[in-house]
Design a protein around this ligand. Sequence first.
Ligand SMILES: Nc1ncnc2c1ncn2[C@@H]1O[C@H](COP(=O)(O)OP(=O)(O)OP(=O)(O)O)[C@@H](O)[C@H]1O
Ligand SMILES: [Mg+2]
Length: 246
Amino acid sequence: MENMIPTAVKANVPTTPENMIPRAIKTGTPGLDELLAIGGLQFKSTVLVSGEPGAGKSILALQFIYNGARLFGEAGVYVTSEQSIDRVRQNAKGLGMDLAKFEENGLIKLIKIPVTHGYEMAPDELTNEIKKAEVTRVVIDSITPLEYLSSDIRSFRANILRFLENITTRNVTLVATAEKRKTDFDNAEFTPEDFLFDGLILMGRIRKAISFERVLSIVKMRGTKHSEELHPIEITNSGLVVKQIE
Ligand SMILES: Nc1ncnc2c1ncn2[C@@H]1O[C@H](COP(=O)(O)OP(=O)(O)OP(=O)(O)O)[C@@H](O)[C@H]1O
Ligand SMILES: [Mg+2]
């Protein structure tokens, strides 16, 4: 199975001694796992994908669930507060991901949580799904509505912490997305939620002559060394790939 993942990027990632390598959960996104010394996300870790509108956060998150099912036979839950489930399916198709097959065999479950419910008010379906022993991958797209529902930044932070505490008692690896108004890679400004997750991936655009290029940067990934470079990404009908640095 593993050799089905294209190796797109060889980053300057220092190696970790064999016996210290934690279990890696491969994202399966071409070029991304190679940026992490352990070869993927750490099992049971929580990773926030943050960035500006249209940066590719939802696509990256969906690929985490889709590749888990397609390449590794792992069950995943994708929670969306932004798009309808039909829209998620339709967009996925345009990116080469046919979710139907995996929804039918139970490996992928799409859940829509209306923004007004938050993740506390509508936890039953979510927690029931996550509690299923076979679920190992969870996506929350996105956590930002929780902020609108919280009376202040402290309660927002507490809400996230509660959710993370709850989820990390399970055998799941979490990828959540968050909106960032401005992604200035040179002078990044971080928000409280950026500190609460084990990993932080920043996505946005940089100026290249008269156009913009989409890029991704791994800001932190507790427990593993990672690339410190800005990596161009490309979104096509076949999905999102992290490209080799020219
Ligand atoms: N089939 C496709 N081919 C090429 N590009 C695509 C395709 N589908 C989507 N895109 C690009 O992906 C972008 C959207 O990506 P995505 O939904 O992951 O962004 P996002 O970071 O989640 O944004 P938001 O914060 O608004 O939710 C679009 O702006 C579009 O340019
Ligand atoms: Mg999105």
